[in-house]
Ligand binder design. Structure first.
Ligand SMILES: [Fe+2]
Ligand SMILES: [Fe+2]
Length: 400
């Protein structure tokens, strides 16, 4: 027979627990279950209590009638367990499908580095000119090739001039097609070419121009992501740029022609069509040689000198090829007839003087000027070769 006597304080605690679960009105096996024990354990606790003289409510179950017993058990079933709803089920740990935060931070850091490098590389896009002597840079005004108001006669003439003069580089100033989007899509009803025709014409124009630079105008930027221009020009031979590009043409003799080109610059003056370009030249402090824009379908060309630095630069705006513009007419403007594109002739041998860059508002006239300048350069170069060969002959004879 066991001689174990449970300490009094432990018995008192067990009795309190038995009272708390309603033990006096329950059978021992039920109150034992509620306490995680069994009926024998309850009977033992009551026995210990009797020995220590610990007072407690009497165990009434034995003297309760049937109704009272049923009531006590029913009450027990309605007692809510002391748990929170979220503890009722234990959920599995499901994977989120998201990148771990450490990986995300590392990824964003790498992407930020790449973007900063790409941005910095475009602050000035430096291009090496592989040819000696003067070259041309034709900056093509807004073609709007699919617009019914596009001057195809002049566009064909200018393309023919460019075909003949391979020393002339080409750059597009934007708005190659109307590219109507959103609410403006209704304007396709007013033009003879469809959206699909328009992109075919743009592709044809790019193949013909073979530009080294294409700036996207507002009509092109409406495309958003997936701009067909990006696909047409992917490769190493054309740089595409949103709205503006800063180009440095570096010649082999060390001269560099800096060109700030944009679809448009901020600023407006009813008295000066080149006001926005002049403002850019004054505000940027970039000491570029050419500030050129398109977009407004007006033209102008002017050469200036900054009196502080004696830096000479050009302001130019090309009107583009949309010569019939119903929108402009509704606003009360008539169309200008000339200056569709502008041409810069750059002679690296005159770097630092006003002769370094000359600009023309007519591609044909400018191309003829370039042909004359190149002929002069070729003649001077052949004289230089003759002189150098004579000198080398003299040296050889002297040595003999
Ligand atoms: Fe534009
Ligand atoms: Fe335009």
């Amino acid at each position: 027979m066991s001689t174990y006597i449970k300490p009094r304080d432990e018995v008192e605690e067990s009795i309190q627990q038995w009272i708390a679960v309603g033990g006096p009105e329950l059978p021992h096996h039920t109150s034992g279950q509620l306490l995680g024990k069994d009926g024998k354990w309850v009977a033992r606790q009551l026995d210990f209590a009797k020995r220590y003289g610990i007072k407690h409510p009497p165990h009434k179950w034995a003297i309760m009638d049937k109704d009272a017993r049923c009531l006590a058990l029913a009450k027990l079933k309605t007692v809510q367990p002391e748990v929170q709803r979220h503890e009722v089920v234990r959920l599995p740990k499901l994977p989120t499908g998201d990148m771990p935060i450490e990986d995300m931070v590392a990824h964003l850091t790498k992407r930020s580095q790449e973007r900063k490098a790409a941005y910095d590389a475009r602050r000035w896009i430096e291009c090496d000119v592989t040819l000696d002597g003067p070259i041309g840079l034709a900056m093509i005004g807004d073609p709007h090739v699919d617009d019914d108001g596009c001057d195809w006669e002049m566009l064909n003439r200018d393309l023919a001039v460019l075909d003949k003069h391979q020393y002339i580089l080409t750059a597009g100033l934007g708005d190659y097609n109307n590219n109507w989007v959103g609410r403006l899509s209704r304007l396709y009803a007013d033009q003879g070419t469809t959206g699909k025709d328009a992109w075919q014409l743009v592709k044809w124009l790019i193949n013909r121009l073979r530009p080294f630079l294409l700036i996207k105008g507002n009509h092109n930027l409406w495309s958003g992501h997936g701009d067909p221009l990006d696909w047409m020009t992917s490769g190493d031979s054309t740089i595409t740029s949103d709205w503006q590009a800063r180009i440095g043409l570096k010649f082999r003799n060390g001269a560099e022609c800096r060109i700030i080109s944009a679809h448009d610059f901020p600023g407006q003056s009813m008295w000066n069509p080149l006001h926005a370009n002049a403002r850019k030249a004054k505000e940027s402090g970039a000491r570029a040689h050419v500030y050129v824009a398109g977009h407004r379908h007006t033209w102008g060309v002017a050469q200036h000198e900054d009196a502080e630095s004696n830096h000479v630069y050009w302001l130019a705006r090309a009107r583009g090829y949309k010569v019939i513009d119903s929108h402009a007419e509704q606003l009360g403007f008539l169309s200008q007839r000339y200056g569709h594109s502008v041409l810069a002739i750059i002679d690296p041998d005159h770097y630092g003087s006003p002769r370094f860059v000359q600009m023309f508002s007519d591609l044909e006239e400018g191309a003829e000027y370039l042909a004359w300048r190149r002929a002069r350069f070729a003649k001077a170069a052949s004289r230089r070769v003759d002189y150098e060969s004579e000198e080398s002959l003299k040296v050889k004879r002297g040595r003999r």
